[in-house]
Ligand binder design. Structure first.
Ligand code: NAD
Ligand code: ZN
Length: 366
């Protein structure tokens, strides 16, 4: 069928809205009519080829929509179901079967390879392949084919225009906190970076009952917003030494938990140094392949800290996304405050506003 999609053609170049051909869904796939899609920093870094997904490509990986057709082997979704799309995973490797599909042995191939695992592409233009299956979905398209496995059914009255980011940016920050760090009531956490991922982590920490929540960034307006949303302390690390400030705020002991959403090497070092004895820090910010960060193994050995590398909040989307929706509905996870909507044709403005920091989480409406 003919569909409309935003195509990434070259690094640091605007996406081009084109008419493409979408193939038929495979037996294990559904065709989804996209209602909305979030824009995530990872779309921009793949457009810019930090990860070598072949261009031209349809990116987009925070889609939400309505099932339009189902493949012959799909038993758990039907036409008309509302779905939020998550990252893809094989479902049969050791990580998938033990509940950690974000570490699927074939994660790269399923999410960044630009094709289905069998090498076929869902999109073509005049017979030429256009990379598809980005994060198993390529949601910057009016319609797309995804494996039923990575579509999460939501309630018929769910606000689809809002829910796409639960499939990546919001799940990443909140999952790193709720599934990996697990701060408890009355505990402390420092979060570096107050973008969508960092603020989602902050909202999750508040929901979990943490009472010392220190947000670190270099943009004053973002820190101000973090405070409005519930940060107990904010630190501008361009003006102040973040490690010293965190130690001061915590009476010298450091924070029990920390999250680096920047992927900037010196920030990763700050995170490790701001942890309390036996504290737990996690990195979710993406850096170019080959990036190294200084880590003082001499001093930190005796600290007993743990550092985790976390993909997509280590979440099982079909379990975790409904939990986030329940928290949101009860007013305990107001992630809608991070969202600003754009028309699909304004996708390049949405990218620019995300880049400049003007918008925390852009969502495109189709
Ligand atoms: P964002 O750009 O909105 O937020 C990043 C924030 O970090 C900004 O507010 C920026 O001002 C701040 N920052 C930059 N340099 C800093 C520094 N030196 N010190 C302090 N703060 C600094 O991005 P986002 O959407 O929140 O995404 C954050 C990161 O997470 C990106 O790298 C993205 O690619 C990555 N990501 C990873 C996963 C995963 O599975 N691990 C999933 C989604 C996104
Ligand atoms: Zn993402």
């Amino acid at each position: 069928m003919k569909i409309t999609a935003a195509v990434a053609t070259a690094p640091e170049t605007d996406l081009d809205i084109r008419e493409l051909e979408l193939d038929e869904p495979r037996p294990d796939e559904v065709t989804v009519r996209l209602v909305a899609s979030g824009v995530c920093h990872t779309d921009a870094i793949v457009r810019d080829q930090w990860y070598p997904t072949p261009l031209p490509a349809v990116l987009g990986h925070e889609g939400s929509g309505i099932v339009e057709a189902v493949g012959s082997a799909v038993t758990d979704l039907k036409v008309g179901d509302k779905v939020v799309l998550g990252p893809a995973s094989c479902g049969v490797c050791e990580q998938c079967i033990t509940g950690h599909p974000q570490y699927c042995v074939d994660f790269y191939a399923y999410n960044f390879g630009g094709t289905r695992p069998d090498g076929s592409v869902a999109f073509t233009q005049d017979g030429e392949a256009v990379s598809s299956n980005f994060f198993g979905q390529s949601s910057f398209a009016s319609y797309t084919n995804v494996r039923a496995r990575n579509a999460v059914k939501v309630a018929d009255d769910a606000p689809l225009e809002l829910l796409g980011p639960l499939g990546c940016g919001i799940m990443t920050g909140s999952g790193a906190v709720l599934n990996v760090l697990k701060p408890g009531p009355g505990e402390s956490i420092a979060i570096f970076g107050t973008g969508a991922v960092g603020l989602a982590g902050m909202l999750a920490a508040i929901a979990a009952g943490a009472t010392t929540i220190i947000m670190v960034d270099i943009v004053p307006s973002r820190l101000e917003f973090a405070k409005e949303l519930g940060a107990t302390h904010v630190v501008n690390s361009r003006e102040d030494d973040a490690v010293e400030r965190i130690r001061e705020i915590t009476g010298g002991r450091g924070v029990s938990y920390a999250l680096d959403t920047t992927g900037v090497p010196p920030v990763f070092s700050q995170m490790t140094k701001s942890l309390a004895l036996r504290g737990h820090g996690a990195l979710v910010g993406a850096a170019k392949l080959g990036t190294e960060a200084p880590f003082d193994i001499g001093t930190l050995l005796v600290s007993g800290i743990t550092v985790s590398m976390v993909v997509e909040g280590d979440a099982v989307p079909r379990e975790f996304i409904p939990k986030l929706i329940s928290l949101y509905e009860r007013g305990l996870f107001p992630f809608d405050k991070l969202v600003k909507t754009y028309g699909f044709s304004d996708i390049n403005t949405a990218f620019a506003d995300s880049e400049s920091g003007e918008t925390i989480k852009p969502v495109l409406l189709y």
